[in-house]
Ligand binder design. Structure first.
Ligand code: SF4
Ligand code: SF4
Ligand code: SF4
Length: 174
C-alpha cells in the first residue's frame, strides 16, 4: 500500500477510505518545500473526500490519478514520491470500488458515511428501545414491546451508537 510495508486487509476494508487514511498522514507531514507535494497532497485529499462523501465524479478519479503521478514524479524527497502509492495502488487493483463510489453512490463495505444508511430490520427488532435511548439526536422511534423501532434517516448523523448497542443485531447498514 505505501512504501514497502505489508498490511493484511479483508473485504470489509474500503479501498478508497484506506487510501484517504494513508494520505492524511502525508498531508500532515509534508514540509511544504516543494509544490507538487505541498499542493498535490491537499488536492488529492480534497478529491478523495469528495469521492467518499458521495459527491465525486468520474472526472475526479482521472484528476486524482493525474495529480498522484505528478506527485510521484515531481516531489523532492521520498515522502512526496511515495505519498501517492496508496492511491495509485488502489486505483490499479481496485478501480471498480472508486467507480462504484461515484457512479452507483455505493460503498460496498459500508465504511464511507456519506454513502451509508442505517436501518432497523423490523423482523429482528425486539422492541426493547435501547437503541433509541442511545441515539444522540433522537432519530429512532418505536414503542417498547409493541411497535418495532425505526430510524429517521433525515435526522441520523451516522454515529453508529445504535448498531453498537443492539444486542440482537437488528440495526444494519446499507
Ligand atoms: S516532497 Fe519532501 S521536500 Fe517536498 S514538500 Fe514533501 S516532504 Fe517537503
Ligand atoms: S436495540 Fe435493537 S432490538 Fe432493541 S429496539 Fe433497537 S433495534 Fe430493536
Ligand atoms: S447511527 Fe447514531 S444518529 Fe443514527 S440512528 Fe443510530 S444512534 Fe442515531
Amino acid at each position: 500500500m505505501g512504501s514497502g510495508g505489508m498490511i493484511v486487509m479483508d473485504e470489509d476494508t474500503c479501498m478508497v477510505d484506506i487510501a484517504k487514511f494513508f494520505l492524511e498522514f502525508t498531508v500532515d507531514e509534508s514540509c511544504g518545500k516543494c509544490s507538487p507535494c505541498r499542493i498535490g497532497t491537499k488536492r488529492m485529499y480534497e478529491l478523495l473526500t469528495k469521492i467518499t462523501d458521495g459527491t465525486g465524479t468520474l472526472e475526479d478519479i482521472d484528476a486524482l490519478e493525474e495529480v498522484a503521478l505528478s506527485l510521484k514524479n515531481g516531489s523532492l524527497c521520498a515522502l512526496g514520491q511515495t505519498a501517492a502509492n496508496p492511491i495509485l495502488s488502489t486505483l490499479k487493483h481496485f478501480r471498480e470500488e472508486y467507480v462504484e463510489h461515484v457512479v452507483d453512490k455505493k460503498c460496498r463495505c459500508h465504511v464511507c458515511k456519506g454513502l451509508t444508511e442505517f436501518y432497523i430490520d423490523p423482523e429482528i427488532c425486539k422492541k426493547c428501545s435501547l437503541c433509541a435511548k442511545k441515539c444522540p439526536v433522537n432519530a429512532i422511534t418505536g414503542e417498547v414491546g409493541k411497535v418495532a423501532y425505526s430510524i429517521d434517516t433525515t435526522k441520523c448523523i451516522k454515529c453508529g451508537a445504535c448498531i453498537e448497542n443492539c444486542k440482537f443485531k437488528a440495526v444494519k447498514k446499507r
